[in-house]
Design a protein around this ligand. Structure first.
Ligand code: 4AD
Ligand code: MG
Length: 452
């Protein structure tokens, strides 16, 4: 058989070019049928929909078809026809089949439908071949394009910040060390927890930038919302103050959600049938809401009132406490029933770089809190005053000698500026309706988990 030129199954199904000769290649989901006719459900990853291949057993031969089992890879030349059967509009009447690779049914682990997500994590090398993970990884791609498009269209520059760094932006001491046999950098180096500090340098030159890359945190929190390696988007804008920063965050996240509905509706529909019945409703709902803006102090008051009325939280709530996801979700899901942007947190629980408010107690932080997720974005207006910033760094034990270059921006042409970080996988949790962050990144890194 001649080499088959591949056409994506998504395009073949959309074409409705009945009578045309088509060439598809993909992985067999199932083969069923009897002595006369066989039906192969073929998927090539371009869409959640399989194409049905109709095979005349006598023409191709029963022996030839034997290795065409679930998981095998084949190419098909055939004619696209309107389907007589139920469940699909179009099917392909096979003229030729080429078998690229077999998959021993006794060994191939994806035989039956409905494997648990836990089991599929153990075969992360194969799970992109399932409908659910195919959908998730296609959506992941489209979200990345949405992010670049949003910022590019608004005049932001994509700025690449280093992955290996010597400074701990968040000051939480959760860095993975980078070691070599010969002290390569001549100083202690780590994997970055955030591109923000370098991003700020760029904003002070290019005006508006964003980063989009992997970040690493060695926090030992085994939760459905934490990864040791995750991707973060961090815009930083010169002259923006906190109100503009909040508006940017709200516009940005809504843009991404709208993009998902516009570009991934097939996959979102599939996930809403299989994973989360309220998914589409929730996406539409968030798009319609103007996010509530509220101070931390007001938020804590609401939470304390809830406790007084008998609501119980696992973690104590009081002014000065770091909010747990249960607190954040209470505000969003029970109280406001709407995404919330919480601002002006106590300075003790936030990083050294945040702009200090005049009250001496709070800083101009902003966290965007989402239904089902809790914190999806964390950001702030930055302290632009050299003295205040370096004093706060010293108070918080951040070694100022290591960040002299960061402090220099406040010596040379400082200006108000703001930015935030969106956790890419947290956005994907929201857009896909998945419950565990390990299921929206191809190869999750969590404590004791680095197989693939
Ligand atoms: O709130 P964070 O720690 O903020 C920063 O890193 C700032 N430097 C951002 C900035 O202002 N430029 O992290 C930002 C977001 C969180 O809101 C959350 O969505 C996500 O990153 N995130 C995580 N996602 C997955 N796993 C983890 N371990 C995460 N830690 C934070
Ligand atoms: Mg945060």
């Amino acid at each position: 058989m001649e080499a088959i030129k591949r056409t994506k199954i998504a395009d073949v199904l959309a074409s409705k070019a009945f009578g045309a000769t088509v060439h598809v290649k993909g992985w067999v989901r199932t083969r069923r049928g009897g002595k006369q006719v066989n039906f192969i459900a073929l998927n090539d990853g371009s869409t959640v929909h399989n194409v049905q291949i109709v095979v005349d057993v006598n023409t191709l031969g029963e022996e030839f078809l034997k290795p065409v089992t679930t998981g095998s890879c084949i190419g098909v030349n055939g004619i696209l026809v309107e389907s007589q059967g139920q469940g699909q509009d179009a099917e392909i009447q096979a003229k030729e089949i080429r078998i690229y690779g077999t998959a021993d049914p006794a060994a191939y682990p994806l035989q039956k439908k409905g494997h648990s997500f836990e089991f599929l994590r153990e075969i992360a090398h194969l799970r992109p071949r399932t409908n659910t993970f195919g959908a998730i990884f296609r959506i992941r791609h489209h979200m990345a394009i949405a992010i670049h498009t949003f910022f590019h269209d608004r005049g932001f520059f994509y700025f690449h910040t280093p992955i290996i760094t010597a400074s701990d932006c968040e000051g939480a001491g959760e860095m993975f060390q980078v070691v070599t046999a010969n002290d390569f950098f001549g100083k202690q180096a780590s994997l970055t927890v955030s591109g923000q500090l370098e991003g700020e340098l760029a904003a002070m030159a290019l005006g508006a930038i964003y980063t989009f890359g992997p970040t690493f945190r060695a926090e030992n929190s085994n939760t459905p919302r934490h990864l040791a390696e995750f991707w973060m988007i961090e815009p930083e804008v010169a002259f923006n103050e906190i109100a503009e920063n909040m508006q940017l965050a709200e516009d940005f996240i809504k843009y991404c959600i709208q993009w998902a509905l516009d570009h991934c509706l097939d996959d979102i529909r599939f996930l809403s049938q299989r994973v989360d019945k309220e998914l589409i409703e929730r996406l539409d709902f968030v798009l319609k809401q103007q996010f509530v803006r509220l101070s931390y102090t007001e938020g804590v008051k609401i939470l304390e009132e809830a406790v007084a009325k008998g609501h119980t939280f696992e973690y104590p709530i009081f002014w000065g406490a770091d909010l747990a996801s249960e607190h954040e979700r209470y505000l969003v899901e029970n109280h406001f029933k709407c995404p919330v942007i919480l601002t002006d947190y106590p300075k003790e629980i936030k990083s050294f770089y945040m702009k200090q408010n005049d009250d001496g107690k709070t800083v101009r932080a902003m966290d965007v809190l989402f239904p089902k997720i809790g914190e999806i974005i964390g950001g702030s207006q930055r302290e632009e005053d050299y003295t205040k910033l370096s004093e706060r760094a010293r108070e918080m034990g951040v070694p100022t000698k290591d960040i002299w270059w960061y402090l220099d921006t406040r010596r040379f042409g400082t200006a108000p500026h703001s930015g935030f970080g969106l956790g890419f996988e947290r956005l994907l949790l929201f857009v896909t309706g998945m419950a565990n962050i390990r299921d929206v990144i191809p190869f999750p890194r969590t404590p004791n988990n680095c197989e693939f």
